[in-house]
Structure formats: structure tokens, C-alpha cells
Ligand binder design. Structure first.
Ligand code: HEC
Length: 115
């Protein structure tokens, strides 16, 4: 009985130590974007990383002479084309976001910025 209790306590202490280790690991590995849980969240992360510097998170920043995305009237195909191949001062993003499916998801995210 006594030995069993000690063993049980050791397991408990071990679990707590492991939990704390995992916790502190999470803190040191700080990242700027959260781990995506869905294609939509991933698209938002890709936008944050590749687009927000010029367009802003709300699409209105207008950096480098970029268009206000909340007022954009482009079709899905046109948005995909601008993202993939760039336009004037906007660089092509096909190297940064190589997966056409992801580019499509980013285009979907861009449309959510419209009012
Ligand atoms: C270096 C700055 C820069 C970055 C980074 C950038 N853009 Fe642009 N973007 C521009 C500029 C400048 C234009 C205007 C191009 C033109 O029509 O002359 C533009 C235009 C657009 C348009 C067309 C808007 C319209 O109605 O004509 C879309 C859509 C767009 N950007 C989406 C994105 C997305 C999505 C990303 C990230 C994957 C991105 N941009 C990254 C500068 C940038």
C-alpha cells in the first residue's frame, strides 16, 4: 500500500514536470502567426506574412501605391491573377505562395475585406 502510494505520487510529479516542460517550450518558440487550424486561417496567415506590409491587415493601407482592397471590384480569377503574377508595383507571389489552392484561399480572404 505504502509503495503503491509513492509510485502513484512519482507518476503524478512526473506528469506535472512534463506538463511544465511542454508549457515552457511553447513560450520560447514564440511565432508571429498562430498555427493554422483551417484553410481560411492559413490564408489569413499568408496574407499577414505576404500582403499586409503593403495592403495592411484591413486592406486599406495603400503602401507602395497599392489599391484599397476593401474597394476592389475584381473577380476571383482576376484576384488570383494579380496575386500570382503581380501588377505594376505589386510583386508576383507565385514563389512566396506556390500552391495554387492556397492562392485561391488568399483571394477568398481578400474578398472578406470588402464591405
Ligand atoms: C510590395 C507591396 C505589395 C505587396 C507585398 C502586395 N501587394 Fe497587392 N498591390 C500592390 C500594388 C502597388 C497594387 C496596385 C497594382 C496596380 O494596379 O497598379 C496592388 C494590387 C492588388 C490587388 C488588385 C486590387 C484592384 O482592385 O485592382 C489585389 C487583389 C492585391 N494587390 C492583393 C494582394 C495580395 C493578396 C497580396 C499578398 C499575397 C499582395 N497584394 C501583396 C502592392 C503590393
Amino acid at each position: 500500500m505504502a509503495i503503491q502510494t509513492i509510485r502513484c505520487r512519482l507518476v503524478l510529479i512526473g506528469s506535472i514536470a512534463l506538463f511544465l516542460m511542454v508549457q515552457s517550450c511553447g513560450e520560447t518558440n514564440e511565432v508571429t502567426v498562430e498555427t493554422p487550424k483551417s484553410p481560411q486561417e492559413e490564408a489569413k496567415n499568408l496574407y499577414t506574412l505576404n500582403c499586409a506590409s503593403c495592403h495592411g491587415m484591413d486592406g486599406k493601407l495603400g503602401g507602395s501605391g497599392s489599391k484599397d482592397l476593401t474597394k476592389s471590384t475584381l473577380s476571383d480569377a482576376e484576384i488570383v491573377n494579380v496575386i500570382t503574377n503581380g501588377k505594376n508595383n505589386m510583386p508576383a507571389m507565385k514563389d512566396a505562395i506556390q500552391d495554387p489552392e492556397k492562392i485561391k484561399n488568399v483571394a477568398e480572404f481578400v474578398k472578406t475585406l470588402r464591405k
